[in-house]
Design a protein around this ligand. Structure first.
Ligand code: KIV
Length: 263
């Protein structure tokens, strides 16, 4: 299988949609790698795996451990790893932590949640030969409780600010920009203005690519509130429940293990 490069991803702009999914383990990464251009180890893992209320408690070590596992499942796609909350508060801290992520996980790019205050950090990382994916719009690390979000881009003042931020990030050297929960006309406008690709999540169809959290694609957790932009492509929770129920039934009725399962 031919390896995908960041250059190839950039060349997809205006040609063919970029596919990205999150993964947190080797098993899922192996499957995502077959079909996706980019596999993202998102700090969403704090919420979907660890049951945290927000992504703020995720640590660099957690990201490194999961990214190492994911890397083992990847043979062709680009691996991007999130920098967790408060690991890129200034240039020095950002560079040291980004280098650790690169060193231990062998990822091709880090991702940071950006606003006007950290465009300089993107530029600093780029100058030090680190590829950066920026994340704008609704940026989950800003929320102590992520269920209370509102799409960005209804107000005129907000539209101008977010467009300027996207342009500044492109100038600073970011490779790609994730647009999260940005109103569709604004996401379309940003995608048109920029030369680099945009990857949308909750930002409608006109972005250059799309990303979703794998647990939302699979519907692993009934108790999670389904946001508008989420689409379940199967009901894994029901499949798991059926298997677990059957297993317990077979143990209780001594139908498992059989002779062939024994030594
Ligand atoms: O953490 C994450 O999974 C993300 C995606 C939702 C873009 O940032």
């Amino acid at each position: 299988m031919k390896k995908i490069t960041i250059k190839k991803i950039l060349n997809k702009k205006n040609k063919s949609p970029i596919t990205c999914l999150t993964a947190y383990s080797k098993t899922v990464a192996e499957i995502a790698d077959k079909y996706c251009d980019i596999v993202l180890v998102g700090d969403s893992l704090g919420m979907v795996l660890y049951g945290m209320k927000s992504t703020r408690e995720v640590t660099l070590d957690m990201m490194i451990n999961h990214a190492k596992s994911v890397k083992k499942g990847i043979s062709k796609s680009i691996l991007v790893v999130d920098m967790p909350y408060q690991t890129y508060r200034n240039k020095k801290e950002a560079l040291a932590n980004a280098r650790s992520l690169l060193k231990y996980t062998k990822c091709q790019s880090v991702k940071i949640e950006t606003d006007k205050n950290n465009v300089g950090i993107v530029n600093h990382l780029k100058k030090n030969n680190i590829n950066v994916v920026s994340h704008i719009g609704v940026t989950p690390q800003k929320f102590k409780n992520f269920n209370k979000i509102r799409a960005v881009g209804s107000l005129e003042s907000e539209k101008l600010k977010i467009c300027k931020l996207a342009v500044d990030l492109e100038k600073a050297g970011t490779s790609l920009i994730i647009l999260e929960c940005i109103k569709k006309d604004l996401a379309k406008e940003i995608t048109k203005i920029l030369k680099i690709p945009t990857i949308g999540i909750g930002s409608a169809v006109n972005c250059d690519g799309q990303v979703l959290v794998i647990n939302d694609v699979l519907a692993t957790d009934k108790s999670v509130k389904k946001l508008r932009f989420v689409k379940n492509y199967c009901k894994l929770d029901a499949i798991i429940e059926k298997a677990v129920k059957r297993y317990c039934y077979e143990v209780k009725t001594k139908k498992f293990p059989k002779k062939k399962n024994s030594y």
